[in-house]
Design a binder for this molecule. Structure first.
Ligand code: AMP
Length: 217
């Protein structure tokens, strides 16, 4: 099993790029945010435990995340995995190493702070298929409704409200930016300027994967 890591501030496009990679390359995507949101929806014990932390835009504990990631990775043994949203702290990066997985590359999606705030405040989500839209940059055909699940009204994530966005950006700088340094010294970090057309960014991200023959379909 090889693991790729998509890392970047909230709003950098990890979800969008991760979805495209999953659709187009033989790689399993593990988004810790998506797994946690599913727990909240299903009102599991874990979901109840993390609900308010996530709504506030704060980080769930390293212990919870490690248990979750270890269980998810155990289920997809033998496949190449794209981690979206993990590790988010240096302790999580250490824990991942402790699981004995081999990190192939860390792809850092770099975006200016002003663009991040615009992206996050305009982001809308289909609660059914989880597709991501933007009210200006990638609006649905019918305002407020998913193009694929026509009866479903799009929602705004609670943590995409402006005051929560600043909390998330501050936590990113304090906790997650050091993870980049952690992988840089290992020679494992490649930066992609993640502004402009989604497909142009995808081409740059995909080329990093395609350097590794094993993931070409
Ligand atoms: P995301 O969908 O990646 O933006 O994650 C949404 C929220 O889930 C984050 O703001 C955290 O509250 C929680 N979360 C996801 N991944 C992690 C992680 N690796 N460590 C701590 N909290 C996380």
């Amino acid at each position: 099993m090889k693991v790729w890591i998509l890392i970047g501030p909230p709003g950098a496009g990890k979800g969008t790029q991760g979805d495209l990679l999953k659709e187009r390359l033989p790689i399993h995507k593990l988004s810790t945010g998506d797994v946690l949101r599913k727990h909240i929806e299903a009102e599991t014990t874990l979901g109840r435990q993390v609900k308010s932390i996530m709504a506030e835009g704060k980080l769930v504990s390293d212990e919870i995340l490690l248990a979750l990631v270890a269980a998810e990775l155990a289920e997809v043994q033998g496949q190449d995995v794209l981690l979206d949203g993990y590790p988010r702290t240096v302790a999580q990066a250490d824990a991942l190493e402790g699981l004995g997985v081999s990190v192939a590359q860390v792809i850092y999606l770099a975006v200016d702070e002003s663009a991040l705030v615009r992206r996050l405040t305009g982001r809308r989500l289909c609660p059914s298929c989880k597709r991501i839209y933007h009210i200006e940059a990638s609006p649905p055909q019918l305002a407020g409704h998913c193009d694929y699940c026509v009866d479903t009204a799009l929602i705004q994530r609670e943590d995409d409200q402006e005051e929560r966005i600043w909390t998330r950006l501050a936590i990113y700088e304090k906790e997650t930016a050091p993870v980049l340094a952690y992988y840089r010294v290992k020679g494992l970090c490649q930066e992609v300027k993640a502004e402009g057309e989604v497909e142009n960014i995808y081409a740059k991200v995909a080329s990093i994967f395609l350097q590794e023959q094993s993931v070409i379909k």
